[in-house]
Design a protein around this ligand. Structure first.
Ligand code: ADP
Length: 274
């Protein structure tokens, strides 16, 4: 079928015509289908944040087109408000935006703004909190009394409560300890699997992404340089190293190859079969 998101020759230039002019997105073509689990990776400054801010219309491409559900979002009269309800963006450290007195009210905030009834808001909030594995015993707790991981879950639930078709998470593991990192990624993977929601996970760490996603998009200097399954992308480990994505993925590649029964030496050169 048709992709849910389609980027056609997307370009973005910050501060054009000034001394600070910076082309952060260069002719990016990308198709994403409903139900896919996508990882966008690249080193700091490669254009990941710029890319995802296009997806819900927060920034407008300086060139090219973007289609959501087959519709050009740059055409006259297109509702960016409606788009934002369907593409839920979870920013880095989303818990900094928790401000209500209790968790449930916080998660209700989005649906309430949509004008839904109190009852419907609560229903959606509870459903969203369940999706992120947030314990029911803490629904009435103050967000400020939660652990780092629970705060983050509550913040993600706030976006899920809007029932978006696409969930975009910018570095959802930033600042969490290794256990918290695994927990949140496992939970996101579970929610993606059970709901078939389109999930886009942004990370600078291959390690975080590779284990979970169906497809990896690798960004470098505003360009999409790879777009393939983790396995296929990992085969280009030399190029990945060149663009600042080194050690963990090499480890992963070795793991994958060993699992497939391919003899691998420690310096990753494939060993010829005797
Ligand atoms: P990433 O998310 O991969 O770290 P960004 O999309 O934030 O990358 O940045 C891509 C490039 O655009 C970088 O060179 C960055 O310095 C530049 N950039 C980001 N935001 C701005 C801005 N508001 N003004 C000017 N340049 C920016």
């Amino acid at each position: 079928g048709e992709p849910i998101l389609s980027l056609r020759g997307l370009n973005y230039v910050y501060s054009p015509g000034t001394a600070y002019e910076k082309q952060a997105m260069k002719d990016v073509n990308l198709d994403i289908w409903q139900g896919e689990f996508i990882g966008i990776i690249g080193h700091t400054g490669s254009g990941k944040s710029t890319l995802i801010q296009h997806l819900d219309g927060l920034i407008r491409a300086t060139g090219g087109e973007l289609y959501f559900d087959g519709e050009n979002i740059y055409k006259e009269g297109y509702s960016m408000k409606a788009l934002r309800q369907q593409v839920g963006l979870v920013f880095q450290y989303p818990e900094h935006q928790l401000f209500e007195a209790d968790v449930l009210s916080d998660v209700c905030f989005g649906p309430k703004n949509q004008g839904l009834s109190e009852e419907e808001c609560k229903k959606r909030a509870k459903e969203a909190l369940e999706m992120v594995g947030f314990p029911e015993s803490l629904y009435n707790a103050s967000p400020f009394d939660l652990s780092g991981g629970q705060k983050r879950r509550a913040a993600i639930a706030g976006v899920l409560a809007m029932r978006p078709k696409v969930l975009v998470l910018d570095e959802p593991t930033a600042g969490l300890d290794p256990k918290g990192r695994d927990d949140i990624l496992d939970q996101i993977a579970l929610l993606q699997k059970t709901t078939h929601m389109t999930v886009i996970l942004v990370s600078h760490s291959m390690e975080d992404v590779a284990k979970y996603v169906d497809r990896i998009i690798v960004m470098n200097h505003g360009e999409k340089i790879f777009d393939d399954t983790p396995k296929q992308v990992f085969l280009h480990y030399k190029r990945l190293e060149e663009v600042g994505l080194a050690a963990p993925e090499v480890t992963y590649l070795m793991h994958e190859l060993r699992e497939a029964g391919v003899p691998v030496s420690t310096d990753i050169t494939l060993v010829e079969e005797a």
